[in-house]
Design a binder for this molecule. Structure first.
Ligand code: NCD
Length: 306
């Protein structure tokens, strides 16, 4: 039963609940009209304390497609947090107006904290470098649609694996399915955090680390590219040195399998050359569309509309 629950990280959902949400998203893709009124009278709040384009707008589009309405902010500088209001108080207030809250913060743990003070479900739309569970649902709906399921894949994550919350969340989710192998491709300074490796090791899940994309791209079924997370660096020089560590281009795509798919949570900076966009294996713009349906399914479940 998902009604009334919070979603802070992918592990908050069981494997069968993930299946339930993906199946509902698939039904919504096929027949969106049947769902256009299920959230009539319900309100989603989007509280974004950190910049966003896709995540906020896709949450809003999702609620509007379900017949609900939306209120919120995209820039916290116009809110009472600048007067010193605590997150706890903001959430107590907002949750008395709305039916569900989607919240993004630069601080790890902020969504969890918010959930302790909310009378309605809180959805983590990204908390610092920690987690981004609705991007994971987006990725899962995409993988199911394009690769048929979640088992038996070799998944390469490439780029900023240290700060990339989408990587942490998707690894956590895919590690629960059988026969997946992970290939973590990053510069030394941006390696996957040890707490993620500690999830994989005791479960006997195979993973390797690599520095060169060319060395491993030929093994992959899914290549998940990420941008270097500028806003989480303490030192601009380090960012400038590392930002173009990987650029996926046509030459590198020639080394990849014919049925590999390329995902990216977006925004892209330089890490995928636009010349790859026309390659049939480039799935990152399809992923955006799946993301809206994933969020529609999640909102419908958490609000008890379905
Ligand atoms: C990601 C994020 O915010 O973590 N973007 C998104 O939500 N689609 C990835 C990123 O910002 O690099």
């Amino acid at each position: 039963m998902l009604k009334g629950r919070h979603l802070i990280e992918p592990a908050d959902l069981t494997v069968s609940e993930i299946d339930e949400i993906c199946s509902l998203a698939e039904q919504m893709i096929v027949d969106p009209v049947s769902f256009q009124d299920v959230c009539r009278g319900k309100i989603l709040a989007t509280l974004f304390f950190e910049p966003s384009t896709r995540t906020r707008l896709s949450f809003e589009a999702a609620m509007l497609h379900l017949g609900g309405t939306v209120e919120g902010f995209a820039d916290a500088s116009y809110t009472s947090s600048t007067k010193g209001e605590t997150l706890a108080d903001t959430i107590r207030v907002v949750s008395s107006y709305v039916d569900v809250i989607a919240m993004r913060s630069p601080k790890e743990g902020a969504a969890l904290l918010a959930s302790k003070f909310s009378s309605v479900p809180v959805i983590n739309a990204g908390d610092g470098g920690h987690s981004h569970p609705t991007q994971t649902l987006t990725d899962l709906v995409t993988i199911r649609a394009l690769q048929g399921g979640f088992e038996g894949h070799t998944i390469g994550f490439c780029g900023d694996l240290k700060f990339g919350r989408t990587v942490h969340s998707l690894t956590q989710a895919l590690s629960r399915y059988r026969n997946n192998k992970f290939v973590f491709i990053s510069p030394e300074e941006l390696r996957i955090p040890s707490y993620i490796e500690d999830l994989l090791k005791p479960a006997g899940i195979e993973f390797i680390e690599a520095e060169r994309l060319e060395d491993v791209i030929g093994q992959l079924d899914i290549l998940y590219m990420t941008r270097v997370q500028k806003e989480r660096f303490f030192n601009e020089q380090d960012y400038i040195r590392l930002k173009d560590s990987y650029i996926l281009n046509k030459d590198k795509m020639k080394l990849a399998k014919q049925d590999m798919i390329v995902l990216h949570p977006l925004p892209r900076v330089n890490e995928i050359s636009p010349e790859v966009d026309d390659d049939p294996r480039a799935a990152y713009f399809k992923q955006v569309k799946y993301g809206m349906f994933a969020r529609m399914a999640l909102i419908a479940k958490l609000t008890g509309a379905i």
